[in-house]
Design a protein around this ligand. Structure first.
Ligand code: SF4
Ligand code: SF4
Length: 135
């Protein structure tokens, strides 16, 4: 019984080393982020870009959001977008449903913050267009 256990351990030790050896000749599938970055897919969905000039305040984006993360408010003669990125699941419903194509999801995925509240964004109409950060 003891010998069987010992042989088992030796077998898995050799198997482990063999697996590492085999993979040391293969191309790495990971990259050294953040120094290196992978090419994002064409339809990647990152942080929202809102073009307030196109927005007509129909609130369809609000209605289709499954987690209630996006709100369009009328402030005097302008619109304001409130978005809670901490709730957003980046499904893209808001982008695909906007008939005016006022919402686009950019390639910006580096959204880490120390304070969760910093992920609640207020975008006002004064910011004519928030440019997407495409690396
Ligand atoms: S769906 Fe588009 S046009 Fe309608 S409120 Fe949202 S961003 Fe504005
Ligand atoms: S991407 Fe999806 S979850 Fe995020 S705000 Fe748009 S509809 Fe809501």
């Amino acid at each position: 019984m003891l010998l069987k256990k010992l042989l088992n351990k030796i077998y898995y030790l050799i198997l482990g080393h063999f697996t590492v050896f085999k993979h040391s000749f293969k191309r790495a599938v990971t990259v050294e982020y953040p120094e290196k970055k992978v090419k994002l897919p064409e339809r990647f969905r990152g942080k929202h870009v809102w073009n307030s000039n196109e927005c007509v305040g129909c609130k369809i984006c609000e209605k289709v959001c499954p987690v209630n993360a996006i709100h369009i408010n009328k402030v005097e003669d302008n619109f304001e977008m409130q978005i809670e990125l901490s709730k957003c699941i980046f499904c893209g419903n808001c982008q695909y449903s906007c008939l005016k194509h006022a919402i686009k999801m950019s390639n910006d995925f580096e959204l880490a913050v120390l304070n969760k509240n910093d992920l609640n964004l207020n975008i006002t109409s004064n910011e004519k267009k928030i440019e997407a950060k495409n690396d």
